[in-house]
Each structure stands twice: as structure tokens, then as C-alpha cells.
Design a protein around this ligand. Structure first.
Ligand SMILES: [Cu+2]
Length: 561
């Protein structure tokens, strides 16, 4: 029996309204006194006060033949605007981020932006220096881990006993009812990278900060010396020019590791095929966040936010009431009355955005999309609004020509959350993304004009007709697969006087658990493959070079990218 999904969304919305009130949270830990975090309402944060961090603040690294060393570190960034609490004072917020070796601070958790060239491999060394939960100041992480999820379980060789023991409708006990305590696990996923599986940095490739524990899919480049808390990846950069990115992907902790800040950009350029003379590139990495009354990151966990008792901390589908761009809450950016190439990245946990750029006089500026996740389009596409789901990228040219110095424009968001049938955004908070302020031009704009619809590239080879979805002529399909997306919902239950409304428990593909094995029962449609004594169960085994037709059927209430 399943709990009605729409009812859950409604209840979540009510909980969201409650979040505007700084109520007290119950203690998360079984031991010791913990000062509860009190949420700071998004409406209490001033908007368009600080400039948006640009490429200089994010840090751009042009990849050459030298290895790039990035250290995952905890430091204080400045996501909240000057004057949030005290006039003239910029609050400091503990975050995690990828810092180039030798750097101990950055004003934003996001970064750096690695700029690679097609055909020239880049060697990256990722060092986990995140430390231990006992010393971390990122409360949104340490108080939200949930050991009853299928997760890395670093101290128990991925045994996941708490997940095995978790029973629907029942509270866990003992250590399973507590947050994780120990060295922090992390891994680096290259999102959108066309790389061999071992370079993907998937959920089981994590390694801990003390170098003592690793997931079974851990990889580091053989032949290159590395310490226990390091992974060396040599990315081939063989794909077309594309805006890809990297972020943490640790099993059962991705939502928290990315929320704490672990994300950066990775642009693959192709000088031989890049469209000529594009306007200046400006990354706009959009994330929703919540803060507490001390200016620290806040992530709902535990009672009264959890829908199901068997996962004592885990709240599915994070919904923040503060919109950050490049790691700054509601920033502004000075623009000249000319064209810009905006690289939108949705780096949010669960929020979709449906955006338009509107001037203070109510005019929507034309947005020409020139690229998607995989690279450039054949020619620009004029958008009414830009819809972008978590993980997705969109490259868009916007022209501010004709706006006088002093004019302003705003990126507005109208996407309901969860998308597309959830709660309407608040026009004064989540309905706003950032502001543009027009300043005097310094030179005439001679950049590529998307309104000409001039081709951006030699036309891409298409395997299907983009309008009808049918297979393109001459394409031979070797295998057809159907995959369903299913969401399992928990039932409402009351335990010890606390009413748990029920809600999402897990999301499955073809109604099958990720591991292909549950309580020692192996699914018959999974293929066991043993490498170095470790058996992994694979659900799909496509043959390299063959073409497959996948039909993905979304049976959940949410849109998925
Ligand atoms: Cu990703």
C-alpha cells in the first residue's frame, strides 16, 4: 500500500511554511548537549547587496600538462550578503570546497572552473582533507547523516547493517539511531564526462580523509604515487566541447557533501570547432540553500521534518528558501549594454528553475540557447523561459543592448517545487535569482549575434528525430530496453506520540534496488561480475559500439532530468 504522493507534497508545503518560524529543533544526538540550529527565514536576508562571485573568485585553472591538485577542505566562505546580521559586516559560513593546493580560503564554496582542451588529457589529484565529524563545523552535514540509508558506511566495510535492519514504520535503535561519527568520506564524480567507468567517480568510489577506508569502486591512476586520502584521475577530454562539472557523489551522502559545497566546473574547449567570437562567458551556478540564525548552513533533519521513522535523520527532497548564484545569496552583477554568454548550471539538490530575465519596466529579454549538457546546438534556439533541472547545464546568450546605465533586470524563477506540480514559489524569495545592473559601455559589441541564427557548428549526427523521437533513418538498434522510475512511499504512523506523515522511502529503477541484491537475495535479471574478489551486480551490460534504444518511463510525481 502506498501513501498518496500529492498529500505528501501538500504536507511538505505546510512544513515549509513552518520553517519561516524560528522554532526549536529536538536534539539530534543521543549523547551530549547539542545547541539546536534555528532556521533563518530567507525573507530576512537582504537581496542584491553583494556582487556575484565571477570567474576570478571561483578560480579558473587552465589545464596544461601539469597535474592539477585540488584539496577538499573545510573553510569559511561568504555566501550571506553584507549586513545580513550587522550593518557593514559580511557573515562567515563554514563550508567545504575544492581548493587548489596551497590555498586555504575562498569567498565562495564553489570552484574552481577547470578549463581543458579537447584531445589533451588532464591529470587531476583530489585530496580528501575534510577531517572528522568530531571537528567539523558544518552542522548541516554532521547532524544530517543517516546510517539507515544504503550508504558508504566507511567504518564497516560498506556492510550497511543499519540499512539492512531498517524496518518500515519502526524506529531504529542503538548506533543506527545516531548520526555517523568518524572520518568524512568523499569522492569526485565528473558529471557529463565521457570517461571510462573507473574515472566516473561513482557512488562507491569514495575514500575517507584519514586514508584508511575506501569504497569497493575506489580508483587511483596506477603508476602515479598517491596517499591513502588521494585519488588521481587522468581525464581523456576526448568528447566534444561541453560544459561539464564535477561534484561529490558519495553513496548515501551526496546530498550533504554537495550541499556543504563540493562542486566545481570543468569546461572542455575545442579550438578547432568552437563557434567563433562568442560573447564573454559568465558561469551562473544556481543552488538553493538554508541558513541558521548564526549564518551557518542549515539542512532539515530529524523530527519534525522526517516523513518516515525508519530513517531518523533523512529528509528527502531538500527545498531551500534562499537562492544562491556562484555561492552568494541573491547577488547582483554589473553588465554593459551588450551580449553575454551565460553558462547556467543547476547545482541544487532537488529544485528545478524556470527562468526569465525581466527588466524593471517589465520587459523580458530574449534568451538564445546555444548549448546544452553535451555541447553546442546546431543553431541558437529562442526561449520563452529557461527550464533547468538539477545537474543540467544550459548555455544562453542574452543581450542587454538598449538599456541605459542605471537600468536593472532580474532573473526570475517560476518553477513550482517539486517540479512541475508542487508548491508555487514565493515571488519575493525563491521567485528571485539575481539582479543585473546596467553600467556604461566601454566598447562597441562585435560579438556573435544569436538573433542571426548563424550556425554554431557542423550539424551534429543525430540518432533520433528530435521532434518525433523516432529512430533516424539508417540507425540500427541492437537492443531495446525499458526502464521505469518508481518511488516507494512510506505509510503514516504514530510512534511515542509523534506522527510521521509517511513519504518517499526510495527511488527505484525497474522496481529494483541499486545493489541488485537485498538481504542476500540476488535479482535474477542482474549479472554478477567478480573483479579482484569483489562481486558487483550489473543490471544493464551494453556492448561497446552497439546502439541501444532506451525507453525511460517516469512513474513518479516529479520531473527528472
Ligand atoms: Cu551529477
Amino acid at each position: 500500500m502506498k501513501f498518496n504522493r500529492r498529500e505528501f507534497v501538500k504536507r511538505s508545503a505546510i512544513a515549509g511554511v513552518g520553517l519561516a518560524l524560528p522554532w526549536k529543533l529536538s536534539l539530534n544526538r543521543a549523547h551530549g548537549q547539542v545547541v539546536p540550529q534555528m532556521p533563518l527565514p530567507g525573507s530576512a536576508i537582504p537581496q542584491f547587496v553583494d556582487p556575484m562571485p565571477g570567474l576570478a573568485e571561483l578560480g579558473a585553472i587552465v589545464a596544461g600538462t601539469e597535474e592539477i591538485v585540488l584539496e577538499m577542505m573545510e573553510f569559511q566562505a561568504e555566501p550571506l550578503p553584507t549586513g545580513t546580521f550587522v550593518a557593514g559586516v559580511k557573515p562567515k559560513t563554514w563550508v567545504w570546497g575544492y581548493l587548489p593546493r596551497g590555498q586555504t580560503f575562498r569567498s565562495t564554496h564553489l570552484g574552481p572552473i577547470v578549463i581543458a582542451t579537447r584531445g589533451i588529457p588532464t591529470q587531476m589529484r583530489f585530496v580528501n582533507k575534510l577531517g572528522d565529524t568530531s571537528t567539523s563545523n558544518v552542522l548541516a552535514w554532521t547532524r544530517s547523516t543517516d546510517q539507515t540509508l544504503a550508504w558508504a558506511d566507511p567504518l564497516n566495510n560498506e556492510l550497511n547493517a543499519c540499512a539492512q535492519l531498517a524496518e518500515q514504520g519502526q524506529l531504529p535503535s542503538g548506533a543506527c539511531a545516531q548520526n555517523y561519527m568518524g572520518p568524512i568520506p568523499a569522492c569526485v564524480h565528473i558529471h557529463g564526462g565521457e570517461v571510462p567507468a573507473w574515472l566516473d567517480g561513482g557512488p562507491d568510489a569514495w575514500y575517507t580523509s584519514d586514508g584508511a577506508h575506501r569504497g569497493h569502486a575506489f580508483y587511483t591512476h596506477p603508476g602515479v604515487p598517491s596517499l591513502g586520502n588521494e585519488a588521481v584521475y587522468r581525464y581523456p577530454n576526448s568528447q566534444e566541447a561541453a560544459p561539464i562539472w564535477f561534484h561529490d557523489h558519495t553513496l548515501g551522502a551526496t546530498r550533504l557533501n554537495v550541499y556543504a559545497g563540493l562542486a566545481g566546473g570543468y569546461l572542455i574547449l575545442d579550438p578547432a570547432n568552437n563557434p567563433p567570437n562568442l560573447p564573454d562567458l559568465v558561469p551562473l551556478i544556481i543552488q538553493d540553500r538554508m541558513f541558521d540564525t548564526n549564518g551557518q548552513l542549515y539542512f532539515p533533519a530529524g523530527v519534525p521534518f522526517i516523513p518516515n521513522p525508519n530513517h531518523p535523520f533523512w529528509v528527502p527532497e531538500f527545498s531551500g528558501d534562499v537562492i544562491c548564484v556562484n555561492g552568494k545569496a541573491w547577488p547582483f552583477m554589473n553588465v554593459q549594454p551588450k551580449r553575454y554568454t551565460f553558462l547556467f548550471v543547476n547545482g541544487s539538490n532537488a529544485r528545478a528553475y524556470e527562468m526569465m530575465i525581466t527588466t524593471s519596466t517589465g520587459v523580458n529579454l530574449p534568451m538564445y540557447q546555444i548549448g546544452t549538457d553535451g555541447g553546442y546546438l546546431d543553431k541558437p534556439a529562442l526561449l520563452n523561459r529557461l527550464v533547468i533541472l538539477p545537474g543540467e547545464r544550459a548555455t544562453v546568450i542574452v543581450d542587454f543592448a538598449g538599456l541605459p546605465p542605471g537600468a536593472t533586470a532580474m532573473i526570475r524563477n517560476t518553477a513550482k517545487h517539486p517540479y512541475p506540480n508542487g508548491v508555487t514559489v514565493n515571488g519575493r524569495t525563491t521567485g528571485r535569482v539575481m539582479q543585473f545592473r546596467v553600467v556604461a559601455p566601454t566598447a562597441a559589441d562585435t560579438s556573435y549575434d544569436p538573433a542571426t541564427l548563424a550556425p554554431l557548428r557542423t550539424p551534429m549526427v543525430r540518432l533520433s528525430d528530435p521532434v518525433t523521437g523516432s529512430v533516424a533513418p539508417g540507425v540500427v538498434v541492437h537492443k531495446k530496453r525499458q526502464l521505469t522510475l518508481n518511488e516507494v512511499m512510506g505509510m503514516p504512523v504514530t510512534i511515542n506520540g509523534i506522527a510521521y506523515p509517511g513519504g518517499p522511502l526510495e527511488v527505484l529503477v525497474n522496481n529494483t534496488k541499486y545493489l541488485g541484491i537485498d538481504k542476500n537475495v540476488v535479482r535474477p535479471d542482474f549479472t554478477p561480475i567478480t573483479i579482484n574478489g569483489i562481486t558487483t551486480y550489473y543490471s544493464e551490460l551494453p556492448v561497446e559500439g552497439e546502439t541501444e534504444l532506451w525507453e525511460i518511463i517516469n512513474l513518479t510525481a516529479d520531473a527528472h532530468p
